[in-house]
Design a protein around this ligand. Structure first.
Ligand code: MN
Length: 589
């Protein structure tokens, strides 16, 4: 058992009546007998997830919800039971994670499946937009960042055990992890989680490159690590000679996934990557960061243009640290990162670390070129962070701040395949149908929302799984314009209705006939005429008489339900025989 999971078990043994202890017992019972694909008990996944969340210093409700996160979806425990046993908050978090489970990301297949087609810029930007949409959906759907944390912990453990799944599934999940969750973790400043997820996905996404990288760097890594271990005491001494007591000096190998990305930019030339293994110095205070940088530069000359002050100018995801590269003993390059413990925790755990710290960050300017489109997004997160960093002591305020209230004007609904449809608030299944495909909209007859039959005007919520029931050849109804919200849906409905009318007119066959009978009025004439029509078994639709010129004759017009010319001719002959009838004509309408 992993240390993080073991810590949960330990807690359960020590305090079985605590919230985490009770969640442990509840989940163990609920998952009893269930096995993972790897053959190990399902419950292992529950406590591993809870353990990861605890290692991120999250609150008990989040850890408990992490332990319980699969009980509703996978064991059929009603959400009501969770609410009764663990309260509203835990139930809300479990429900959030269950809903997130309905989202799936897969690559749009290239038109001809070739590698070249996959690199088409249009396709790539579509892919990027779709991934972005999905990331936003995850946030919007979560409503509370703690739901995202649970999902990230869940995914982290699933990735650690991914090898047990069939290859096609491995690939899809690895892609989703890389595109959606690692990227989301990065945006939330959870550097460590993001990197870990990317590293776990990398061998599944690029198996050959991964193999190559392993063999190409193995010796180099070992050699670099050995060298840094050797100079570690020297750095420690240099710092201590200047009254700087480092809390920790770590030697840290670059992650394979980020090394691979760097190599792509360096023509796959490993000689040109200098930070294969870096040294990380953790100090107590911010002034000590700069002091440490100064004394190290004094001892070993820095390389020009390699000094980066991410403390004065944090990265857009709020990453803070000093970076430098110096020429160490034996003329070898040494990449050094210097930061406080607080910065370190924030870099590793991002927003989750704000449980621990409340320092307000001033002047966290966003710089860089490609970031224009990201600013709004990051700014929202920043505002949100700032709103509660002033008040991290107050747990109530923190919880409130964790609620995600951006994207309130959008909803994100999901197809049964897990594709996300982004719609304005108030949209209905008919909007959803037209956004999936105009043909699906045109032939819609009804909808199932979360498995329940529903009308086409039913307002949708974020996270609803919507299945459109369609019938071939069915045409849109004018009524739909009453509740269709989106322009796309409304335009398609109008277009289809117009087509329908034109089509009907073009094809319109006569539906009935009009008789025009010139009569000299007398008592009983109308009865005689209608009697003759009835005898032919033809229905009468309307009957009216108007005086003709000179008032001697009248014109009687009768609409009859027949378009059968032979039958009508026969009727006309019959009518002519009636006394008082002067003339009979007809036309088909
Ligand atoms: Mn799970």
């Amino acid at each position: 058992m992993h240390a993080r999971a073991a810590a949960i078990k330990e807690l359960y043994k020590k305090e079985p009546d605590s919230m985490i202890g009770r969640a442990y017992a509840f989940a163990e019972k609920a998952h009893a007998g269930q096995k993972r694909k790897s053959g190990e008990p399902y419950f292992n996944h529950s406590i591993a997830t809870g353990g990861i969340l605890r290692s991120w210093h999250l609150d008990d409700a989040t850890v408990a919800a992490g332990i319980l996160h699969d009980t509703v979806e996978d064991t059929g425990v009603p959400l009501e039971t969770i609410k009764k046993e663990f309260g509203e908050e835990v139930a809300f978090l479990v429900d959030g994670v269950t809903k997130l489970g309905h989202i799936k990301y897969r690559e749009i297949p290239a038109r001809d499946g070739s590698a070249a087609a996959k690199k088409e810029p249009i396709r790539q930007s579509m892919e990027e937009a779709r991934a972005e949409n999905l990331r936003k959906m995850v946030l919007a759907l979560s409503q509370d960042l703690r739901v995202v944390f649970i999902k990230l912990a869940d995914r982290l453990h699933n990735m650690q055990t991914l090898s047990a799944l069939p290859p096609a599934k491995q690939k899809r999940i690895a892609l989703e992890t890389d595109e959606i969750y690692a990227s989301l973790a990065y945006r939330l400043g959870m550097h460590n989680v993001s990197g870990e997820l990317q590293d776990l996905a990398f061998p599944y996404l690029h198996p050959r490159e991964y193999e190559w990288l392993l063999s190409a760097t193995k010796e180099r890594y070992a050699e670099r690590a050995k060298y840094l271990e050797k100079i570690k005491p020297q750095i420690k001494k240099i710092l201590e000679d200047h009254d700087i007591k480092p809390l920790d000096i770590e030697i840290r190998a670059k992650r394979y996934s980020s090394l691979y990305k760097k190599l792509l930019k360096r023509d796959m030339d490993i000689e040109r990557v200098h930070d294969l293994v870096a040294m990380r110095i953790i100090v107590k205070t911010l002034p000590e960061c700069y002091a440490a940088l100064g004394v190290i530069h004094e001892a070993w000359p820095p390389l020009p243009r390699r000094i980066k002050d991410y403390i004065a100018m944090p990265k857009p995801n709020a990453y803070r640290s000093l970076h430098t590269t110096v020429i160490g003993p034996d003329g070898k390059r040494v990449e050094i990162q210097i930061r406080t413990k607080e910065m370190h925790d924030e870099n590793e755990y991002g927003v989750a670390a704000h449980w621990l710290y409340k320092q307000k960050q001033e002047g966290a300017a966003i710089s860089g070129k490609k970031l224009a489109q990201e600013i709004a997004w990051v700014q929202q997160l920043k505002n949100w962070q700032e709103r509660f960093t002033g008040n991290a002591d107050d747990p109530e305020e923190f919880i409130r701040a964790m609620k995600i209230d951006f994207f309130t004007d959008r909803i994100f609904a999901v197809t049964p395949r897990g594709d996300v449809i982004d719609l304005p608030a108030g949209s209905t299944p008919i909007d959803f149908a037209y956004h999936v495909h105009s043909e699906i909209g045109n032939s819609a007859t009804g909808a199932k929302v979360n498995g329940v039959m529903s009308t086409l005007d039913h307002p949708l919520k974020s996270g609803d799984v919507v299945e459109i029931l369609a019938q071939k050849g069915k045409k849109p109804s004018e009524d739909w314009l009453r509740f269709a919200k989106t322009t796309i849906a409304r335009d398609h409905i109008r277009l289809a209705l117009r087509k329908k009318n034109v089509f009907a007119r073009m094809l319109s066959l006569p539906s009935h006939a009009e008789l025009k009978i010139t009569v000299e009025d007398r008592v009983g004439l109308i009865k005689d005429i209608s009697g003759s029509i009835a005898e032919m078994h033809i229905g009468i639709m309307s009957f009216h008489t108007e005086p003709a010129a000179g008032k001697r004759f009248h014109i009687t017009k009768v609409d009859i339900q027949s378009t059968d010319k032979k039958k009508i001719e026969k009727l006309v002959a019959k009518l002519r025989d009636i006394k008082g009838v002067r003339d009979v004509g007809y036309r088909l309408i």
